[in-house]
Design a protein around this ligand. Structure first.
Ligand code: NAD
Ligand code: SER
Length: 323
């Protein structure tokens, strides 16, 4: 296999993973990236790199993949998102927290140099301030997903302090991309709405019209992960997880942004259980420390993102799947 050092992406078949892998391949080359997922069928969405079926609970297999490809960096993305986590809270804890511990431990044992693991705005809730939520503030998550992410952040800091494992993390807001349809999350509507507009179908939103949430376009999300991972150790002051913001909008606002291009597009509202989850999350986050430490600087606002999303979806129309 030579002495080339490679990057392993775990849970690569999901919304973030597919886009991240594309960028890692573009930056580091096809041979440098090993994508993996519990679902072997996800391999077909991850061409131009190595692919290994991998369940995070199979730690010996994880170790053998790390050995085989001389893995030096891991991006650990396997998760059960917030809405699905409320259906089976124990499974959410197992995958989101126990799974993280297995990855951290295997990374330590196999001398992996760096690990990236995304946390989420779901760590906030309860008495957390809603507007410009600070980096260091009340952490009272309302969901099983948020509880696991909050605990996971502390474990990341523990592995860094106790074992010197270079774990780095971001508290992502809702992620919006044109590459893959999300599922199981509370912020999924902000992707689905674009697919409906392009298919010229009306959209019924499961959140109230004025529910503002922090959001981020996928190119910024991927860029944030790469920037954080490439920053020198000495500039990383947060070893739990960094707040990162980009934009904040409500369903009604994204609807109006889309309507500039699809004037006949219509939206209705039928809130379900996800409204309660969304209500517990911040409206916006203060990401000053990320900006200062490693020069975080998102490019996309709502209108710029809308234009880019619609353009890509219209061009790739055949890939858009609506039920
Ligand atoms: P996703 O649900 O789209 O993808 C997760 C992937 O993990 C799936 O392909 C799934 O098959 C895989 N997986 C599940 N269990 C596994 C296991 N036991 N072993 C190996 N793989 C397994 O999620 P995503 O949206 O791509 O999120 C990626 C990460 O980013 C997660 O940690 C998530 O919490 C975090 N995050 C996402 C968002 C968002 O809006 N999408 C926001 C904040 C944080
Ligand atoms: N966007 C994610 C979700 O809705 C939050 O991490 O679950």
């Amino acid at each position: 296999m030579g002495d080339k050092q490679r990057i392993l992406v775990i849970g690569a078949g999901g919304q973030l993973g597919q886009e991240l892998v594309r960028t890692l391949v573009a930056v580091f080359g096809e041979d440098a990236v090993v994508a993996s997922d519990i679902n072997p069928e996800k391999g077909m969405y991850l061409p131009n790199c190595h692919f290994e079926p991998l369940n995070i609970f199979a730690t010996e297999r994880m170790a053998s993949v790390i050995r085989k490809y001389r893995i030096k960096q891991i991006y650990h993305l396997a998760a059960i998102l917030s809405a699905d986590g409320e259906v089976d809270p124990h499974a959410s804890w197992q995958v989101n927290l126990d799974g993280l511990l297995l990855v951290l431990d295997t990374a330590k044992r196999m001398h992996v140099e760096k690990v990236f693991w995304p946390s989420s705005i779901a760590v906030f809730g309860g008495n957390t301030e809603k507007k410009d939520t600070r980096q260091h503030t009340v952490i009272q998550p309302n969901t099983a997903y948020g509880i696991a992410k909050a605990a996971g952040e502390l474990w990341c800091r523990y592995y860094h302090k106790r074992y010197g494992l270079d774990v780095r993390s971001l508290r992502y807001p809702g992620l919006i991309g044109h590459g893959c349809l999300p599922s199981g999350g509370t912020t999924d509507y902000a992707v689905d709405i674009f697919h409906h507009a392009v298919r010229e179908k009306d959209y019924v939103c499961y959140l109230n019209r004025d529910t503002h949430l922090p959001m981020m376009y996928m190119p910024d999300a991927v860029n944030a992960a790469l920037k954080l991972m490439q920053a020198p150790q000495r500039s990383i002051s947060i070893r739990t997880s960094y707040n990162v913001g980009a934009m904040s909008f409500s369903p009604e606002e994204v609807y109006h942004s889309i309507k500039r291009f699809y004037p006949n597009f219509k939206i209705g509202y039928r809130p379900d259980g996800r409204q309660e989850i969304a209500k517990s999350w911040p409206l916006s986050v203060d990401d000053t420390i990320a900006r200062e430490d490693w020069d975080w600087n998102p490019k996309y606002d709502l209108d710029f993102m809308t234009e880019d999303m619609l353009d890509h979806l219209a061009r790739n129309g055949k890939r858009s799947v609506l039920v």
